[in-house]
Design a binder for this molecule. Structure first.
Ligand code: SF4
Length: 621
C-alpha cells in the first residue's frame, strides 16, 4: 500500500541516523546460513553442471538466489522439451523381472525408448532427468534435446553440453547399464550428434560438481563475465547487469565533493562515470517492454478470463479485450470485480494485479510468491539496521530529487529565477552533507517549498490563466494542480513498487522512509529522484498541451478531484512518459523510463549484496 503523494514523503517520519556516515554504502558479507542447494538430497542436477561451465554467476543466480528470466531461447527450449517429455515407456531396471521369464526374454530383446528418466546417485552426488534413453539389447544411449543447431566443432557440442551428457552417462553406468556414449539432438537441424565420453571429459564433469559445491558453500555471487559474448544470449542478463555491475564495481569509494565536480552543475553523475567508463556499457536487454498495462476505472466493471484473453465487461457489454501475453499489469480503480481464474492466471504468469481506491490511492498489489532471493532480502534487512548506510542512501535520494527539480525548472520555467536555482543547488549540497536524517528531512522540505513556489512558472499558453498553484497541498488536494500531482505520484508509486517487487526486495522496508503500517517505504525512497522527472513533467505536459483543462475537475467541500475521462487522458500521458526512451546518465545507452526504474532497483540490489560501492542516482541532464 502507499500514500502515493509527494508531500506525504516530505512529512513522513524517517529512519533515524546520526553521526558521520561512511561515504560507501557497500554491504559487508553476511554470515553464511543458507542451504547450499535447494534440493534437500544435496545432489547436484546435471543441468547445473552445464550452467556452471557456461557461467558461474548464472549458476549461482539461478540455483542459489532463485532468479529466473525468460528469453526467446528459453521459451524455444521449453517447447522442444515439452515434445520429448511426452509420455513413453519407463526405463526398466537392469535384470528387472517381468510377469514371466518368457516375456522378459522377449522384452529385453526388443529395442524401446524411455522418456523423462530420473536417475540419482549418492556416490556421484549427481541427479538428472534424462530427456530420452534408447535401449537396444544390453546397451543404452541417453539423448539430450537442445534447441538450435549443431556448433561447427569436432566434439559436436560446447563443453557445458558435453559435460551434461557425460553426467547422464555416468548416472546410467552407476545404475548398472552399459553405456559407452551419449547423443545430442539439435532440434533446429533435426540432427543427432554422438558425444564421446573419455577420461578427460569425465574429469571436467566431476570437477564441475566439486566447483558447484564450493561456490554454494562460499555464498558469494561470482563476478560477471568480462565483456563476454555469452551474455548476449543469457536469459538472466537483465537481472545480472554484467557490464553495469563491472563498471560500477571499479568506482572508487570516495565520492568527489560537489564543489570539486565540474559536471555537477549539469546534474551529471558525480563520479564522472558517464564520460569516464573504461569501455562502453553494452545494453544487452530490450530498450523497452512491448507489453501494455490495462487500467480499469469503470465502477461495477468485471474482469474475467476467456482462454488466453482478459475480458473487461462494463454495463453488460465487453468494453475491452486483451491478450494475457500482451499485458504487463492490470490496475483496478475502486469497485471493479475480478474473477478468481483471472487472479490465478495473472499470478501464474507473473503479471502484477494492482489495486487503487476510486480516488486514485494506490492500496497494494497481488503477485505470486515473493522472490526466492532470500540472500537479497537478508542483505536488505541488515542494511536497514545500519544507520550510516541508511544515511548515505537517503542523502543520495534527496540530493538527486532536488537536483532533478532544479533541472526541470531550468528546462521549463519561462523565466527561471537565478536565486531559486542557486538556492536549490545550495540545498543539494547541504543534502549531500547532512549529518542525520532529521536534518535531511528539513532540507527536503525547504527545497520542496522553493520548488513548488516556482512551479506555476512552468505553465504556458492558456494554462497560465486557467491554473494556479499556491504551494503543495494534499489529503485532499485543494486545487487542480495538486490533484494532478497526487494522482501522478500514486501512479509512480505503483511503478516503483512493481520494480522493487520484481527485483525481490521488500518494498515495505526503506532506508529513508520509516517503516509504517501500509507504507511502501522502499518504493517511496526510490521514487524520490523520479518525482520531478516522471510525475511533475507529466502534469506540466498535460496542462501545457491542453490535455487537461479547468473543466476536468470536480470541486466539493474544499477538495478537488479529476473527472474519470480526464483521469484516463492523464493515465495515457503518464504511460507515454514511462515508455519514452531516455539516455541513462551513467551508462549512456537509451532505454525507456520504465526500464530505468527496473535497472535502478537492480543496482540497489547489487549495492546491498556488496558488488558495487555506490547507488548510481538517476539525475537528468
Ligand atoms: S549475463 Fe553474462 S555474466 Fe551474467 S549470468 Fe549471464 S552469462 Fe553470466
Amino acid at each position: 500500500m502507499t500514500d502515493g503523494d509527494a508531500a506525504e514523503a516530505e512529512a513522513a517520519p524517517r529512519i533515524e541516523a546520526d553521526g558521520d556516515a561512511d561515504v560507501s554504502a557497500r554491504a559487508k558479507p553476511l554470515p553464511r546460513q543458507l542451504p547450499i542447494v535447494r534440493d534437500e538430497s544435496n545432489l547436484i542436477p546435471a543441468r547445473m553442471v552445464n550452467e556452471v561451465l557456461y557461467c558461474e554467476r548464472l549458476m549461482y543466480l539461478e540455483r542459489v538466489q532463485g532468479e529466473w528470466g525468460e528469453n526467446e531461447f528459453t521459451v524455444d527450449g521449453q517447447g522442444v522439451h515439452r515434445k520429448v517429455n511426452e509420455e513413453g515407456k519407463p526405463l526398466r531396471q537392469t535384470g528387472e523381472a517381468t510377469a514371466d521369464d518368457e516375456r522378459r526374454e522377449k522384452d529385453d530383446s526388443e529395442p524401446y525408448v524411455a522418456r523423462s528418466v530420473w536417475l540419482s546417485s549418492e556416490k556421484l552426488g549427481i541427479t538428472a532427468k534424462l530427456d530420452l534413453v534408447e535401449v537396444d539389447g544390453g546397451a543404452v544411449v541417453p539423448v539430450e534435446y537442445k534447441r538450435g543447431s549443431k556448433p561447427d566443432m569436432p566434439e559436436g557440442a560446447y563443453l557445458p553440453e558435453l559435460a551434461q551428457v557425460c553426467a547422464q552417462v555416468l548416472l546410467l553406468r552407476e545404475h548398472g547399464y552399459s553405456c559407452d556414449h551419449g547423443e545430442i539432438y539439435y532440434a533446429k537441424d533435426r540432427r543427432r550428434v554422438p558425444i564421446a565420453i573419455n577420461d578427460s571429459l569425465i574429469a571436467r564433469t566431476l570437477e564441475a560438481v566439486v566447483r558447484i559445491r564450493e561456490l554454494c558453500a562460499e555464498g558469494v555471487l561470482p563476478p560477471p563475465l568480462d565483456d563476454s559474448p555469452k551474455c548476449n544470449g543469457c536469459s538472466l542478463v537483465g537481472i545480472c547487469l554484467p557490464d553495469e555491475t563491472r563498471a560500477l564495481a571499479n568506482v572508487p569509494v570516495d565520492v568527489p565533493d560537489v564543489d570539486d565536480d565540474p559536471v555537477f552543475e549539469l546534474g551529471e553523475d558525480p563520479w564522472g562515470l558517464g564520460g569516464g567508463l573504461e569501455r562502453p556499457v553494452r545494453r544487452l536487454f530490450p530498450a523497452r517492454d512491448d507489453k501494455l498495462p490495462v487500467y480499469v476505472q469503470a465502477q461495477g466493471a468485471m474482469v474475467r478470463l476467456d482462454g488466453e484473453r482478459l475480458i473487461v465487461q462494463s454495463s453488460g457489454e465487453t468494453a475491452k479485450e486483451t491478450r494475457l501475453s500482451n499485458t504487463s499489469h492490470l490496475a483496478l480503480f475502486g469497485n471493479v470485480h475480478v474473477t478468481t481464474p483471472v487472479i490465478r492466471r495473472l499470478m501464474d504468469r507473473g503479471i502484477p494485479l494492482l489495486f487503487f481506491t476510486y480516488g486514485g490511492w494506490f492500496t497494494g498489489q497481488t503477485t505470486s510468491h515473493d522472490s526466492k532471493n532470500v540472500e537479497l532480502r537478508l542483505a536488505q534487512y541488515a542494511a536497514t539496521q545500519d544507520k550510516n548506510r541508511c544515511l548515505v542512501l537517503a542523502r543520495g535520494f534527496v540530493a538527486s530529487k532536488i537536483l532533478n527539480c532544479r533541472t526541470l525548472l531550468r528546462r521549463n520555467h519561462v523565466n527561471p529565477d537565478p536565486v531559486a536555482l542557486s538556492e536549490l543547488k545550495h540545498l543539494t549540497r547541504k543534502a549531500r552533507h547532512a549529518d542525520n536524517i532529521e536534518t535531511l528531512l528539513g532540507i527536503e522540505g525547504t527545497a520542496a517549498r522553493r520548488y513548488f513556489g516556482e512551479f506555476a512558472g512552468m505553465l504556458k499558453g492558456d494554462a497560465i490563466e486557467a491554473f494556479d498553484l499556491d504551494g503543495r497541498n494534499r489529503r485532499p488536494p485543494r486545487d487542480p494542480i495538486n490533484a494532478l500531482l497526487s494522482f501522478c505520484y500514486s501512479l509512480l508509486a505503483k511503478e516503483v513498487s512493481m520494480a522493487v517487487r520484481a527485483v525481490g526486495l521488500d518494498g515495505m522496508l526503506g532506508f529513508y522512509h520509516q517503516p509504517h503500517f501500509g507504507r511502501p517505504s522502499l518504493a517511496l525512497d526510490l521514487m524520490e529522484e523520479f518525482r520531478p522527472v516522471l510525475a511533475d513533467s507529466t502534469v506540466i505536459g498535460a496542462l501545457n498541451n491542453g490535455v487537461i483543462q479547468s473543466s476536468d475537475f470536480i470541486r466539493a467541500a474544499g477538495s478537488v478531484a479529476l473527472t474519470q475521462p480526464a483521469r484516463k487522458r492523464l493515465i495515457l500521458n503518464f504511460e507515454r512518459r514511462m515508455d519514452q526512451l531516455v539516455t541513462h546518465p551513467v551508462f549512456d545507452y537509451r532505454i525507456s523510463y520504465r526500464r530505468v526504474l527496473e535497472v535502478q532497483a537492480r543496482l540497489l540490489s547489487r549495492l546491498l549484496l556488496g558488488e558495487i560501492a555506490h547507488y548510481p542516482e538517476f539525475r537528468v541532464r
